[in-house]
Design a protein around this ligand. Structure first.
Ligand code: PGA
Length: 242
């Protein structure tokens, strides 16, 4: 079931997302956080850091599971999601690295990395999963056509996603990895609660497809129609086709 919140600007979106996150942090003992990369959740993470600094809330015993990671970049490469999460969140909290889970994209057997990640993830129930949405309706790297029953796997990035992400690689599409290890749609659906954040007019079609379209693998985010607790927080541009 969807709850939708439309905000005036990115700061408001980030604050609303933080309110939902705070609700979980305040009420659950050591909640398990499902986290996402991308530009969209950065404002939420800034609010989490501010809250940690102001209230002393501790993340020492909190486990985190990230959605995905590129295949083929060393873990400390400036564009890995491991690095992104440290630079935008983990370095500012008191969470030890041993509690942080990001899929591994290194080594010569990414399928094995994916299986091992799913095994670890399956031992837990994510309390709250943060999601962005791709302009093609993807969530994590579950591109259109990904089966709804998919678990953590190695995914090929589409041309659209490679173009969208080239901005992080000096605008050079040839530098964007072509594969990623990603939680599958069924893995994501196991989370107790989901917040999906979407901003900008380029997300408007995907947001429409997710909320109002037919449930179809052509819009992977439409699987969320079957989830019991999804809050979609968006700006007016992303909500403009509703
Ligand atoms: P973005 O990416 O937050 O950088 O727009 C979202 C996504 O592709 O899931």
């Amino acid at each position: 079931m969807f709850k939708t919140i439309v905000c005036k600007n990115y700061d408001e979106v980030s604050l609303e997302a933080f309110k939902v996150m705070k609700g979980v942090l305040d009420t659950e003992v050591n909640p398990i956080l499902g986290l996402a990369t991308g530009s969209t959740p950065v404002g939420l993470y800034k609010n989490m850091i501010k809250d940690h600094e102001e209230t002393g809330r501790s993340y020492k015993d909190i486990l985190t599971f990230n959605l995905d990671e590129y295949v083929g970049l060393p873990r400390d490469h400036e564009q890995t999601y491991w690095t992104f999460m440290h630079e935008n969140l983990f370095n500012y909290l008191d969470c030890p690295d041993c509690n942080i889970h990001v899929p591994s994209g290194v080594g010569d057997d990414p399928e094995k990395n994916a299986r091992e990640y799913e095994e670890e993830l399956a031992k837990h129930t994510v309390s709250i999963q943060v999601l962005g949405i791709g302009s093609d309706g993807h969530i994590a790297f579950n591109e259109p056509g990904t089966p709804f029953d998919s678990v953590t796997h190695v995914a090929e990035l589409t041309e659209q996603t490679i173009s969208d992400n080239a901005r992080f690689f000096e605008g050079d599409k040839s530098q964007v990895p072509t594969k990623a290890v990603t939680m599958g749609l069924a893995s994501i659906m196991r989370a107790k609660k989901i917040i999906l954040i979407a901003t900008g007019a380029n997300k408007a079609d995907a947001v429409y497809g997710m909320l109002k379209g037919k449930k179809t693998i052509d819009c992977p985010a439409s699987i969320l129609q079957d989830h019991a607790d999804v809050t979609v927080i968006m700006d007016e541009a992303a909500a403009s086709k509703l």
